[in-house]
Design a protein. Structure first.
Length: 76
């Protein structure tokens, strides 16, 4: 269904809600790892950074497309 293919705010709405919540819920040094859609990496880096996460890294899939992000909560 169309609902499964398209999300609000260019597909970022769930990340805008989930990442700040996750940042608060993580223990110091904890990490979140998630997959994202093609071309979303810069927006997601900003969302993670704005939520106070650090050491933000993205990884490419087998098609050489940025697809996975890892972010860490500060240890202090």
């Amino acid at each position: 269904p169309e609902l499964a293919l398209f999300a609000e705010e260019n597909g970022l709405l769930c990340y805008k809600q989930w990442i700040p919540w996750s940042a608060r819920a993580l223990k110091a040094g904890g990490k979140i790892i998630f997959e994202f859609g093609e071309g979303q990496q810069e927006a997601l880096r900003k969302i993670c950074s704005d939520a106070g996460l650090m050491n933000i890294k993205t990884y490419k899939d087998f098609a050489n497309i940025e697809r996975v992000i890892v972010a860490e909560k500060a240890t202090q």
